[in-house]
Design a protein around this ligand. Structure first.
Ligand code: ZN
Length: 285
């Protein structure tokens, strides 16, 4: 795959945008916290050979926690969105650079908010206890991932609100299409980074999470057919970028509550009780 190279200055600018974002969002969350507020969460970009994000609590610090974000992942997601081409079902509008940037920006914000959810909703604590015998906690683990995705749906809804306010009716279609691309790109990358081509079951689990996020957004729920077409078109386009010929079939009805999703929803009731004492905020019903 060809690579779009970035200068150090460009990379610095991109990184500071997200440092600022985490600072702002974590301070907002501190205000929702029970107990004494701290300075929020730090974001640190790191040059590890892994794609996996990692968060940990800081005990002797003004900050509550730190998110370690591998530059490899940042760059891979940059390539994913900046190499997109508008064609057939996908029109990228007149200002292609802005569209690509918005999708990349919002997708990274979604990843960061998902991580903030792991920190503020007590997930990191519970996960520590499961380390010893994680095989027994696979469903618990999946349920926490599903819970953290609430924050992803929030970011997308916020972004949709801003789009609607600033653009005319004729650009609604482009906005919807960008929402789909942002979400699908983020989840595509999730499937891709774990190198899952051979593990269809794991890929299906990530698709279940994507469907759950779609179902949390009324604006997408109202346009199911359109959304499915966009997602199929993005799947092809992302595969072209990454030269991936995977054979994963997208479900026909992404808005149907699958049995896998039902299982997570009902397991949440149990997990929520365990989680609440460690969560820094009140967990909703
Ligand atoms: Zn997660």
């Amino acid at each position: 795959m060809e690579i779009i190279e970035l200068t150090n200055k460009e990379l610095n600018e991109i990184e500071s945008t997200f440092l600022e974002y985490v600072k702002m969002k974590s301070q907002e969350l501190e205000h929702r916290c029970r107990g004494a507020a701290r300075k929020g969460v730090q974001l640190e970009f790191v040059d590890t050979p892994s794609f996996q994000l990692h968060s940990r609590f800081l005990t002797d610090d003004d900050y509550r926690a730190v998110i370690l974000f591998p530059r490899l992942q940042l760059m891979a997601m940059y390539q994913l969105f900046f190499q997109l081409k508008g064609r057939d079902a996908l029109a990228l509008g007149e200002d292609v650079r802005l569209v690509r940037w918005s999708m990349f920006y919002v997708a990274i914000c979604c990843v960061l908010q998902h991580e903030l959810a792991h920190i503020y909703r007590g997930h990191l604590y519970l996960r520590q206890f499961w380390k010893e015998n994680w095989e027994q906690h696979i469903l618990d683990w999946k349920t926490l991932e599903w819970d953290a995705d609430r924050f992803v749906a929030e970011v997308l809804a916020e972004y949709w609100g801003v789009w609607k306010e600033n653009k005319g009716k004729e650009e609604t279609g482009l906005g919807i299409q960008m929402l789909c691309g942002t979400l699908h790109g983020m989840m595509f990358w999730q499937r891709r980074q774990e190198n899952l081509c051979a593990d269809v079951e794991r890929e299906q689990q990530i698709l279940v999470r994507e469907c759950a996020i779609l179902q949390r957004m009324p604006v997408l729920y109202e346009r199911q057919q359109e959304v499915l077409e966009y997602i199929q078109a993005y799947e092809e386009e992302f595969r072209r970028v990454f030269k991936n010929n995977g054979a994963l079939e997208l479900p026909h009805n992404i808005f149907e509550v699958s049995s896998a999703l039902q299982e997570l929803q009902s397991h949440w009731e149990k997990i929520k009780k365990e989680l609440q004492p460690y969560a820094m905020m009140l967990l909703e019903e």
